[in-house]
Design a protein around this ligand. Structure first.
Ligand SMILES: [Mn+2]
Length: 408
């Protein structure tokens, strides 16, 4: 793919599409993410808010995008002298080149204009702060959105805020041509790297050696690197779904699950292959075959118009009957099946590996999703997952990772 496919027209198109979905009189305000402190004066690597990037192409922190009908401007913070020595000042002309927005204002005049606009309309469309995932996942949200909202409300207390997260998610779930190219490139880099690993699997002694070669393969082939923490898990460790320590020694007779994905221009691939360290036994082959049949079945179901809920139910029932045939469960009740298949079959991919989208909406051409059934049996020390990435087309589905067949 060509990086210039993401020119300012792409981002302008996204802004126009977003505006068309919202009430025309409501100005739209979206902030970039902020840097997060790691310790003393070092920060974690900066990761942009995918929505902000999608609308501007800008990868700097703390910039604010304001759209008032056809009038658009950016507010770029001025960096104080010490910081500017290390990080440089933000180059305003590059912000314009990337986004196609000519009007770049500094902090003082930008906020003056935004405050005036807010006073006039009393309504602003913005991204509501990401829900705090602390209870379920132990995760904090980037504070940039709450900070923006606090600042607006300090000026106009009774401001009416309209949450644009659902609309932007519905836009992002249909991939445009350059996005599809980026995803396909990320997938090609991932499959080429995995192919290399699979060919030489016998030469590895530790999970981290496989991880190291995957990291090398991703960067060597020109991707941004990993789209998410790579999972390389042998034997029983594959039953912990997000095992990312990758530190254990590999044993002959084990199956290894590799769930990895390169990122290209921020777009993720997400592919899993399960391989055997030595000649697999009959039980391992049977379980592998069950997962493979479930995946083939799932892919036949995907086409425009289907809803993921009924699709997930069908795949669950299919895996349930496989589990029964394997002697693992006695009936197909959900609680039984979920003991050995505890996750969903599919999720959207895009700028986030678990991409945003409306999971209730019927599938449409241009959506890209994973198909990743798995069976995990901790008491037997066996975990198998097979994951491919597919594109919903006008008349069905196209596998984007078919060049790397899954085999034990
Ligand atoms: Mn996945």
């Amino acid at each position: 793919m060509n990086k210039s496919d993401f020119d300012s027209n792409f981002f302008k198109t996204n802004r126009v599409n977003l505006r068309d979905r919202l009430n025309r009189d409501d100005p739209i305000v979206v902030t970039a993410n902020g840097l997060i402190q790691m310790g003393a004066d070092s920060s974690y690597p900066f990761v942009q808010d995918a929505n902000f990037w999608y609308l501007t192409g800008i990868n700097d922190p703390d910039i604010i995008l304001v759209m008032d009908g056809d009038r658009e401007f950016l507010i770029a913070p001025t960096r104080e002298a010490t910081r500017a020595t290390f990080d440089g000042q933000i180059d305003q002309s590059s912000l314009t080149n990337l986004s196609g927005i000519g009007d770049v204002l500094n902090e003082v005049s930008g906020w003056k204009r935004l405050d005036a606009l807010a006073e006039k309309t009393k309504r602003l469309a913005t991204l509501a702060p990401a829900p705090s995932f602390i209870e379920q996942y132990g995760m904090y949200a980037n504070p940039a959105r709450s900070r923006l909202i606090d600042r607006i409300k300090r000026h106009v207390e009774d401001m009416n805020l309209i949450d644009i997260r659902p609309e932007i998610a519905r836009l992002r779930m249909i991939k445009l041509a350059p996005e599809l190219e980026a995803i396909k490139t990320a997938i090609d880099i991932t499959t080429a790297t995995l192919k290399e690993i699979m060919t030489g699997i016998a030469s590895y002694n530790y999970e981290y050696q496989i991880e190291a070669d995957i990291s090398r393969g991703f960067r060597f082939r020109g991707s941004d690197g990993h789209a998410f923490d790579p999972i390389v898990a042998g034997g029983k460790r594959a039953c912990t779904l997000h095992n990312t320590s990758n530190n254990a020694a590999l044993q002959p007779g084990e199956l290894i699950v590799m769930d990895v994905g390169a990122a290209v221009m921020g777009y993720a691939a997400d592919i899993t292959r399960t391989v055997a360290m030595s000649i697999p036994n009959q039980r391992q082959q049977d379980i592998f075959q069950a997962v493979k049949s479930a995946q083939a079945y799932a892919i036949t179901l995907i086409k425009p118009g289907i809803r993921l809920k009924s699709y997930e139910d069908k795949v669950m029932r299919f895996i349930g009957s496989e589990l029964k045939a394997l002697g693992l469960i006695k009936n197909l009740k959900e609680a039984e099946v979920r003991r050995y298949f505890p996750h969903a079959t599919s999720h959207f991919i895009g700028l986030n590996v678990h991409d945003v989208g409306d999971y209730q909406m019927p599938l449409k051409p241009g959506m890209v999703l994973t198909v990743e059934p798995g069976i995990y049996i901790p008491e037997e020390g066996i975990g198998v997952r097979i994951e491919d990435d597919v594109l919903v087309t006008a008349d069905g589905v196209q596998s984007l990772s078919a060049s790397l067949p899954a085999k034990l």
